[in-house]
Design a protein around this ligand. Sequence first.
Ligand code: NAP
Ligand code: 3JM
Length: 339
Amino acid sequence: MRTYRVAVVGATGAVGNEMISILEERNFPVGELRLLASERSIGKELEFKGKAYPVQVLKEDSFEGMEIGLFSAGGSISQKFAPFAAQAGCVVIDNTAAFRYEPDIPLVVPEVNAGKIADYKNRRIIANPNCSTIQMVVALKPIHDAARIKRIVVSTYQSVSGTGKKAMDELIDQTRALLSFKEPVAKVYPYQIAFNCLPQIDIFLENGYTKEEMKMVWETKKIFGDESIAVTATTVRVPVLRAHSESVNIETEKKISAAQVKELLSKAPGVVVVDDPAKREYPLAINAAGKDATYVGRIREDESIANGINLWVVSDNLRKGAALNAIQIAEIYARDYLK
Ligand code: NAP
Ligand code: 3JM
């Protein structure tokens, strides 16, 4: 069987760890695995299929002989090292915001626009969208196809794992401190995250929105290939360890009922409908954590307008929101272009 030489950049991080687990779980045909991180990780080893692999320091020549590079070490690292990888003949699947908005770089969610993977040829880089965008477009694609979405109003409830390992430790440490009547220490976030909600994710931009909010606007238009779709977002960090939740309100061109949306989504790839108010069944972050699907519930008509729908969308940000989406792209790329 054909196998592939795979490099994971940021292998010791929250997303990198998940990449390694998912490559193993899905039995991705890895022939050679190169795990890359910073100098801080010298001497560390990570396990893949029962074998220990040393973590190597990321360098300009780290990609010689590699075919697929899965990048999740931050935007500036991708900006600097993805071009070296591409030059060495390695196709980069980048999890950062570094290249997402460049017109010749495909931005891909396989359930929505897998065909765009072909555009890897432009620069040997494929971008993975932001976690919050991915789960939203997976849920909305079938509705957009059936009734054309004109406007999206989304509010997110994002877990701390979206900020990385140190933020997960910070939530646990602050919670422990507060329950022991000690002062919580905030290092990763500007304010206490335990028992709190922070209406800021990423930096503030000139227009008063955060960059995380504008990522959802720019990326949704690009992935749907529809500049006319209106999107507005409020992104909030909440004291949840894993899985992001989203309240999504849409206005469609054509009338579509809540029952029709349920029916469509129950057949949609990557989606699981959990929606039975009589049994108090709806998607929960604690149930989505560690799973692959995008869970959708609370599906109901927006009674304040003629053609509106409300939904509650939950998915594991480290899996479908990052590592799983990247590896699904790698699977299609390998199958269709690396025979
Ligand atoms: P994390 O837990 O903090 O891990 C960061 C990783 O990057 C570690 O492996 C770290 O290595 C490595 N790294 C940092 N500086 C480096 C350098 N100078 N050279 C080489 N490696 C370096 O963060 P994370 O949550 O895994 O996220 C990593 C990145 O992925 C984010 O910054 C973001 O751009 C992206 N991300 C994307 C999504 C998405 O939705 N698509 C979601 C989450 C994250 P050491 O252990 O050696 O420090
Ligand atoms: C998710 O560049 C950085 O320091 C990383 C910031 C970051 C991003 C990003 O902008 O790439 C943290 C968490 C993302 C993302 O997926 O957009």
